[in-house]
Design a protein around this ligand. Structure first.
Ligand code: SF4
Length: 208
């Protein structure tokens, strides 16, 4: 019998079936995983890590609701995206919906990576969030473990933010593509003039 971990905040959220609650989205990022890729920042995290670079992602209140199908289409609509990275917030609190997105984009030949504050062992245990196994089965790369400020690595050559975090490459074809650095930044300027700054320790900053 499994005793999957429940999240009281998530249970009180009104996310319609087949939808995700996200904090942000960007195409063509080169600092959040191998190659050029879309990044989805999900909304909601319970950890409250000191030094967290995305404090706005902690709340489980409804932010941007998007259907699984719309999100998959959005990722696939940009031919420069070679993959997608799920960041947060905590992606595994919305694991089932993200697994469905991953399934659709993988069928089109893209690769899928996720960050998580859980360890891989926790995600494989009976206490993992609902749907964790489904999402793990879709992933090419997992970066696990919470951000620990006292173990921070501010190096232009490190793909992780703190030394406790581990890179699990499930797809051997990507083994030699762990080349991005978490300490680089990228500025995306959109047609409406708004800006998104990402990449510094995997973070996200939105400006009008
Ligand atoms: S797990 Fe990530 S998003 Fe959550 S509090 Fe820690 S650093 Fe922030």
């Amino acid at each position: 019998m499994t005793q999957q971990k429940t999240n009281p905040y998530l249970e009180s959220m009104e996310i319609p079936p087949g939808y995700l609650n996200i904090m942000g989205y960007v195409d063509e990022s080169e600092v959040n995983g191998p190659g050029c890729r879309a990044v989805v920042w999900v909304q909601g995290c319970l950890r409250e890590c000191p030094g967290c670079f995305n404090v706005e992602s902690w709340s489980f209140e409804s932010n941007q609701l998007i259907s699984v199908d719309s999100l998959a289409k959005k990722i696939l609509s940009n031919p420069r995206n070679q993959g997608v990275t799920f960041s947060g917030g905590e992606p595994f609190w919305q694991a089932s919906a993200l697994a469905s997105v991953a399934q659709q984009v993988k069928a089109a030949g893209l690769n899928v990576m996720s960050f998580t504050g859980f360890t891989l062992e926790q995600l494989q245990s009976q206490y993992a969030p609902t749907g964790a196994q489904n999402l793990l089965e879709q992933l090419d790369i997992l970066i696990d473990g919470p951000y620990i400020q006292s173990l921070a690595i501010n190096s232009p050559n490190s793909p992780v933010s703190s030394s406790n975090q581990k890179i699990h490459v499930f797809n051997p074809a990507l083994q030699d593509q762990i080349t991005w650095a978490s300490d680089q930044i990228e500025i995306h300027i959109f047609k409406d003039g708004s800006r998104l700054i990402t990449g510094y320790r995997g973070g996200l900053e939105l400006e009008d």
